[in-house]
Design a protein around this ligand. Structure first.
Ligand SMILES: Cc1cc2nc3c(=O)[nH]c(=O)nc-3n(C[C@H](O)[C@H](O)[C@H](O)COP(=O)(O)OP(=O)(O)OC[C@H]3O[C@@H](n4cnc5c(N)ncnc54)[C@H](O)[C@@H]3O)c2cc1C
Length: 259
C-alpha cells in the first residue's frame, strides 16, 4: 500500500506572527515547523503500514526552501521518502493554486491513500483536502477521528457534537484526519539519524507541467483586502456578594435588557 501524506510548513503559532504589506503571511520573521495537525496524519499513515506489514509512506509539501525541516521531521518520525515542491513563482498562492500544484504532484505518486491534516494552523481554511480530491476525481472522507483500511476499502469514524458517523469508500481516496486519531509519535534518535539518508525529491512547476501564471499572487482568484487584529475581550462585570449580590446581579441583567 502506498500512502501519500500532505504536510505543511507553518509559522510557529507560539511566535509573534505578522502579515506582509500585501497581507501574505510573513514567513521569514518567525520560526516555522511542521504543522502539528499534520503529525496526526503521518502517525495514521505509519500505523496503517505497520499493521499491514508492508507499504510506503511518502510525505509531500509545497513550500519555500526553508520548509525542508517539515519534511525532515516527518522522515524522522518514520516516513520513507519525501517530495518538496519549490518554486519562486508559488509565493502568495491561494488555496485553488495550492490544490492544483499538490494534485499534480500526487498524480505522479499514484498513491492508494492520501492523508491530510484537518486544517493548517496558519490559514486554517480546511479546504485543501476537498480541492485535491475534486481535482483528482477521488472520494473524500473528511475529519476522521479514526480510520482503518480493509482490502480495497477505507472506513472512517467521524465524531461531531450531534452524531458519530461511520463512512466507507473505495481506495484510492483522500482522508483528512483530526487530532482525535491519537497522539503522534516523537521522532527517536535512531529515526533522526535514519532520516538524513532518506530521499527528498525536489519538484518545480516546470517539472509538474504547470504554467506559472496559474499560481502565486498573480494567479490568485482571491485577494486579501484587509487584516485586523481581533479585539481582546473586555473584562466582565464582577459582583461581590456581601449580602446584596442577588440584587446587584438582577440590576445588571435588567440594565442590559436580559430580563
Ligand atoms: C490569514 C490567511 C487567510 C487566507 N485566506 C485565504 C482565502 O480566503 N482564500 C484562499 O484561497 N487562500 C487564502 N489564504 C492562502 C492560503 O494560506 C493558502 O492558499 C493555503 O495553501 C491554503 O491552505 P490552508 O493553509 O488553509 O490549508 P487547509 O485547507 O487548512 O489545510 C488542510 C491540509 O491540507 C494540507 N496542506 C495545506 N497546504 C499545504 C501545502 N502547502 N503543502 C502540503 N500540504 C498542504 C495539510 O495536510 C493540511 O493539514 C490565506 C492565507 C492566510 C495567511
Amino acid at each position: 500500500m502506498r500512502i501519500a501524506v500532505l504536510v505543511k510548513y507553518v509559522p510557529d503559532a507560539a511566535g509573534d506572527r505578522h502579515f506582509t504589506p500585501i497581507f501574505t503571511t510573513e514567513r521569514d520573521a518567525v520560526q516555522g515547523l511542521l504543522c502539528e495537525l499534520d503529525e496526526y496524519a503521518i502517525e495514521q499513515a505509519l500505523q496503517l503500514v505497520e499493521t499491514a506489514g508492508e507499504g510506503q509512506v511518502t510525505v509531500l509539501t509545497m513550500g519555500p526552501d526553508n520548509a525542508a525541516p517539515a519534511l525532515s521531521r516527518a522522515l524522522s518520525m518514520g516516513a520513507d521518502d519525501a517530495v518538496h515542491i519549490v518554486d519562486d513563482c508559488l509565493a502568495g498562492s491561494d488555496a485553488l493554486a495550492t490544490s492544483l500544484v499538490l494534485a499534480a504532484a500526487l498524480a505522479r505518486i499514484d498513491a492508494d491513500l492520501i492523508l491530510t491534516g484537518m486544517a493548517s494552523t496558519d490559514a486554517g481554511l480546511s479546504v485543501i483536502p476537498a480541492m485535491v480530491a475534486e481535482r483528482l476525481s477521488l472520494p473524500l472522507l473528511s475529519f476522521a477521528s479514526a480510520l482503518r483500511v480493509e482490502g480495497k476499502y477505507v472506513t472512517i469514524r467521524r465524531d461531531d457534537d450531534e452524531a458519530t458517523e461511520t463512512i466507507t469508500t473505495t481506495l484510492p481516496a483522500v482522508v483528512s484526519v483530526t487530532d482525535r486519531t491519537g497522539e503522534a509519535r516523537y521522532p527517536s534518535f535512531k529515526g533522526i539519524l535514519a532520516a538524513k539518508k532518506k530521499h527528498i525529491e525536489r519538484l518545480s512547476l516546470a517539472g509538474l507541467g504547470i504554467d506559472p501564471a496559474q499560481v502565486g499572487l498573480l494567479g490568485a482568484m482571491t485577494v486579501m483586502s484587509s487584516v485586523s487584529r481581533t479585539p481582546s475581550r473586555a473584562a466582565g462585570v464582577k459582583v461581590l456578594d456581601e449580602g446584596s449580590g442577588g440584587i446587584q446581579a438582577a440590576a445588571y441583567l435588567a440594565a442590559n435588557g436580559f430580563i
